[in-house]
Design a protein around this ligand. Structure first.
Ligand code: ARG
Length: 464
């Protein structure tokens, strides 16, 4: 006889129940109850398969199916009593099933272990999150493409080292992020395709002697195929690591854009006006409108990449197959997923609502000698001066303008000819910002025509 307080699921060889501290460190129900729907879906697939293969009777399978639906509705309605003594979602569901349907509940766990069960549940959960991330990325990309289309020919300064470099177009800048989020989208799709193999039926680690049909459960749960090695199936958390690393790279992109929005919305830049819906005020400084959403998106990469690092560290020293360490996977992934989806949605909202300030962008585009390269290129093209010499001459003209506190187009033709006699009146066309961007017609360049071509390409991709 076992002690009454030992665990009803595995208490057979135990004389006493766990210490309270043991229960506290061991239990995962506080967080893995988020996988209740996946757990019940996995159990339903498993029970149907056990009946189809003759391992349990159809009557038992039907009782299990109905009982699981009852348990699911109790969980969904909030009436389910979760118990820490029952450790995790798997045992909570099974124990309740026993209360609801009695003896047949005890047959559900045939040819299965919590090890393949938890891997299956967690994969189903992560797969849903990949799908949510795909949706969020598509919506964000669409918002950016719309911004790019509206401002395909708006000029603004392009930066390197955050110093004025060459004029670019607003549309070009927006489309740069479209490319970044497009790569994130492709990573999400790759990882989702790679992870879609069913661990169910790997049992504890070695497979099972029951005549189970793993193809049947795999296809019932929307997996492409059963995982081919039972040891790997129960000890693999690559899908979670790929989820977190994909999320981390995307969070880096979100953070970079958020940083730009913080800078651009400052009084010193005034490149964009963020909508009131995504800003806050200050309780003391009445003039303030703070880009809080952008700042928080910028910060999210910290916890998302933190989760990635944490799970890498949990996994790195584990021998095959399952170890309880792996229970630490869920909170990291849950938190990262919640925050990734939130950041994507907040960024989409901000991008949709923000207004690019065309005049400020144009004014800034012309300052800081942004067309100096155009001047040098013109000398190469028209005067056949070697680029290095043209660079030198242009440098001298920039120094002259800087000395006078003016921009390049403010110098007179005589000033310019004093530095290089070949320069003609034509140079003033070249020094215009619009001319500069229109001339950058190389594939992928900033010319509005190139930007519109990329907008078109992405619209076709988005239309699917
Ligand atoms: N709660 C556990 C987890 O999240 C389920 C698997 C437990 N398996 C075991 N052999 N104790 O990893």
């Amino acid at each position: 006889m076992t002690d009454q307080s030992s665990n009803q699921m595995w208490g057979g060889r135990f004389a006493a129940g766990p210490d309270a501290i043991m229960e506290a460190i061991n239990a995962s129900i506080g967080f893995d109850k988020r996988m209740a729907a996946q757990d019940i879906a996995g159990s339903r697939a498993h029970a149907a398969m056990l009946a189809a293969t003759g391992v349990i009777t159809d009557n038992d399978a039907e009782a299990i199916r109905e009982g699981l639906l009852t348990v699911l509705s109790e969980i969904e309605s909030g009436s389910f009593q979760f118990s820490t003594a029952l450790e995790d979602i798997h045992m909570n569901v099974e124990a309740r099933l026993k209360e609801v349907i009695g003896e047949p509940a005890g047959r559900l766990h045939t040819g299965r272990s919590r090890n393949d069960q938890v891997a299956t549940d967690f994969k189903l959960w992560v797969r849903d999150q990949f799908d949510a991330a795909e949706k969020g990325l598509l919506a964000l990309i669409k918002a950016l493409v719309d911004q790019a289309e509206a401002g395909a020919d708006w000029v603004m300064p392009g930066f390197t080292h955050l110093q004025t470099a060459q004029p670019v177009t607003w549309g070009h800048h927006m489309m740069a992020y479209v490319e970044m989020f497009g790569r994130d989208l492709s990573r999400v799709r790759d990882a989702r395709a790679r992870m879609n193999e069913s661990p169910l039926g790997a049992a504890a680690l070695a497979g099972t002697s029951f005549p189970i049909d793993r193809d049947m459960t795999a296809s019932a749960l929307g997996f492409d195929r059963p995982a081919a090695n039972s040891l790997d199936a129960v000890s693999d958390r690559d899908f979670a690591l790929e989820f977190l690393s994909t999320a981390s790279i995307c969070a880096v992109h979100l953070s970079r854009f958020a940083e730009e929005l913080v800078i651009w919305s400052s009084a010193q830049f005034r490149f964009v006006t963020l909508s009131d819906r995504f800003s806050t005020g200050s309780s003391i400084m009445p003039q303030k409108k703070n880009p809080d959403a952008a700042e928080l998106i910028r910060a999210k990469v910290g916890r998302i990449f933190g989760a990635n690092t944490a799970l890498m560290m949990v996994m790195k020293g584990l021998p095959l197959a399952y170890s309880k360490d792996m229970q630490e996977d869920k909170e990291q992934v849950f938190d990262a997923a919640d925050n990734w989806m939130l950041a994507l949605a907040a960024m989409e909202g901000m991008v949709k609502d923000m207004t690019g300030n065309r005049e400020s962008l144009a004014a800034a585009a012309g300052s800081g000698f942004s067309t100096a390269t155009d001047l040098a290129d013109w000398m190469v093209r028209v005067l056949k001066v070697p680029f290095r010499d043209a660079h030198h001459v242009t440098g001298a003209l920039v120094a002259m303008a800087e000395g006078r506190g003016c921009d390049l187009p403010d110098l007179s033709l005589e000033d310019m000819q004093g530095v290089h006699e070949g320069i003609t009146e034509d140079i003033f066309n070249v020094l215009g910002v619009e001319n500069s961007v229109n001339s950058r017609m190389s594939y992928g360049g900033t010319a509005p025509a190139q930007v519109r071509a990329q907008v078109q390409r992405w619209k076709e991709i988005l239309a699917g």
